[in-house]
Design a protein around this ligand. Structure first.
Ligand code: ADP
Ligand code: MG
Length: 220
């Protein structure tokens, strides 16, 4: 069996899936955000990923490597999506470029590094820690899984575990008071509500998982 390699087209196919995911979950994510925020999180994501999808044919032709693709996608999100999540997800994807310059494909191990670079950018920009009731509460438990990935482990199982841990991290936000973002001003009234960004972040990584499953079947 040859090692699974994730090509530029893996990322392009995943971005198509992200556009679909955003449409399908738009109302759900906005509802979560309306409970303790301003109710636009789902709308913000559809605006961003719709624009990414629109530009994908051009991006797939014109980008020289995975780094350039990630950077451009991140820049689209950053420029098109308002609110807190646009710059945060924008930085997430832009920083996935850090270790992929000149690369047409990456190993799953390298993908784990990309995720780590992305999460570091979110924390650098938003200054949130686990427990602040933000997307970081999902991103960090996922990172803990991917950091421990060994070459002998199964990539699909690893990413599945990552998504599962992210979901649990999102569940954990329900009981919390927010220390970052719009819901901060609600104080104890935020308790009992899930943070919207923690939900969208596991949903995003879940689409990377779905596409990975497809690639893995084709590789078998
Ligand atoms: P806005 O809050 O500006 O309306 P969105 O509704 O699109 O933007 O996104 C809200 C989500 O952004 C929150 O649910 C939270 O997960 C995330 N968020 C807000 N501030 C931060 C921060 N400083 N660090 C990490 N995530 C944050
Ligand atoms: Mg909002």
């Amino acid at each position: 069996m040859s090692a699974l390699m994730l090509t530029k087209s893996y990322f392009i196919e995943t971005f198509k899936k992200l556009a679909e995911m955003a449409e399908q979950n738009r109302d759900h994510l906005s509802k979560l955000d309306s409970d303790i925020g301003d109710g636009d999180h789902g709308i913000n994501l559809t605006i961003g990923f719709r624009e990414v999808e629109k530009q994908l044919p051009t991006l797939s032709e014109t980008t020289a490597d995975i780094a350039e693709l990630m950077k451009k996608v991140g820049m689209i999100l950053l420029s098109k999506v308002g609110g807190a999540s646009g710059p945060l997800y924008g930085s997430f994807f832009m920083k996935m470029a850090t270790h992929t310059v000149g690369k047409q494909e990456v190993t799953f191990k390298e993908f784990c590094q990309m995720y780590q670079d992305g999460v570091e950018a979110v924390q650098f920009r938003g200054k949130a820690e686990v427990g602040d009731k933000t997307m970081v509460d999902a991103l960090i438990p996922g990172l803990d899984v991917l950091k421990n990935y060994q070459e002998r482990d199964d990539p699909v199982k690893t990413l599945q575990t990552c998504v599962d841990e992210m979901k649990k991290g999102s569940d954990n936000t329900i009981a919390l008071i927010a220390k970052k973002g719009r819901s901060m001003r609600l104080g104890e009234r935020a308790i009992g509500h899930r943070d919207a960004g923690s939900e969208s972040s596991w949903m995003i990584i879940n689409q990377f998982l779905e596409q990975l499953k497809l690639e893995n079947q084709q590789n078998a």
